[in-house]
Design a protein around this ligand. Structure first.
Ligand code: UDP
Ligand code: MG
Length: 328
């Protein structure tokens, strides 16, 4: 299988037949073997019936139905898990993305990139509630994650299978897929893609997602740098805090013996005690996080690295004794 298309679907009954037609039209031009994975994220309208109809007439269509609404990230994640193609392309199912862009994405990928991200240069959404907050969020994400794109929210993206299958998504992290992919060393690039206004149904998000994006950003930023060494950040903050406490304590003593102010009633003394306690808490939190990290990696036998490929003569065996590379 050369290509897998993954579309999350939540209450998009009217769009589905048009989506299928647009996908087939564009995919058939590519001359590649492909599958279309449509993930019904607990729709409450007739979406699933529409999907079943498509699946019955076209075996290249595969439908995954969730028991309830788990969110767009979960739906995309399921699609990635079941995809068999060497290249996986995700896109929205509301016809805002355009399958005609697939060829461009694949061409760019063949230049040697692992992730090709779409950029809705001429975005057709509401200005105040969508475009402005998203502009600010994009700037912030770019600055903090160090992966410089214009548009993180665009679902139309192409991934090398071995990259996206090594990425674990939680909550609403689909917006941070480029940043998460860069954590495993993926080469990422962005190209402008088409964007259309929504024709059917309604958007599933409003302004309220801005705050959620900010919280996710903090998580991603933290994981990016400190996933395998949390004590480095907590410990550093803790030591700063203890050092600050020390300065205030010395100041308190100086004021007492200089005769200007008693220790009792001196606010600097309270600050120094507070800083020491905060510092201690931070260091202990860091140590707990170190244990968590070990539980995470060792409990699941997850390596702390991701291999791109192995080059060796003869057989090469991994830590479980399985042959991972056999060159004659
Ligand atoms: N979606 C989903 N589960 C959800 C919310 C959205 O699968 O809980 C799908 C939705 O059907 C669409 C895509 O995610 O295909 C993007 O959603 P939407 O178009 O509402 O977002 P917007 O384009 O307005 O940012
Ligand atoms: Mg949309």
């Amino acid at each position: 299988m050369e290509l897998s298309i993954v579309c999350p679907i939540y209450n998009e009954e009217e769009s589905i037949p048009h989506l299928y037609a647009a996908l087939i039209k564009s995919l058939d031009k590519l001359n590649k073997s492909y599958e279309i994975i449509l993930v019904d994220d607990g729709s409450r309208d007739r979406s699933f019936d529409e999907l079943k109809k498509l699946q019955e007439k076209d075996p290249r269509v595969k439908v995954i139905k969730f028991r309830r609404n788990f969110g767009q990230t979960a739906a995309m994640s399921a699609g990635f898990d079941y995809a068999q193609g060497d290249i996986i392309i995700s896109m929205d199912s509301d016809l805002q993305n355009d399958p005609e862009d697939f060829a461009k994405l694949i061409d760019k990928m063949n230049e040697g990139y692992d992730v090709v991200s779409g950029w809705r240069k001429d975005r057709k959404d509401k200005t105040v509630s969508r475009k402005i907050p998203s502009k600010i969020a994009n700037k912030l994400i770019s600055k903090l994650t160090g992966v410089h794109l214009h548009d993180y929210g665009c679902s139309l993206k192409a991934y090398k299978s071995n990259v996206i299958k090594n990425v674990y998504l939680y909550g609403e992290m689909h917006r941070f897929i480029p940043a998460i992919c860069s954590m495993i060393g993926a080469k990422i690039v962005e190209i402008p893609v088409k964007h259309h206004p929504r024709k059917f149904g309604v958007s599933k998000y409003g302004i309220s997602r801005t705050i959620r994006v900010v919280l996710d950003l903090i998580t991603v930023r933290f994981l990016q740098s400190y996933m395998t060494r949390p004590i480095q950040i907590f410990g550093k903050l803790g030591l700063y805090s203890i050092f600050m406490g020390l300065i205030f304590f010395v100041l308190t003593l100086y004021m007492k013996f200089g005769g200007t102010m008693n220790i009792t009633g001196n606010p600097f003394f309270v600050i120094s005690i507070f800083s020491w306690l905060a510092g201690l808490q931070l260091i202990v939190t860091g140590l707990l996080a170190e244990i968590q990290t070990r539980v995470y990696y060792e409990g699941q036998k997850k390596p702390i690295y991701v291999i791109d490929e192995i080059v060796s003569v003869g057989s090469f065996v991994d830590q479980e004794g399985e042959v991972v590379c056999q060159t004659p």
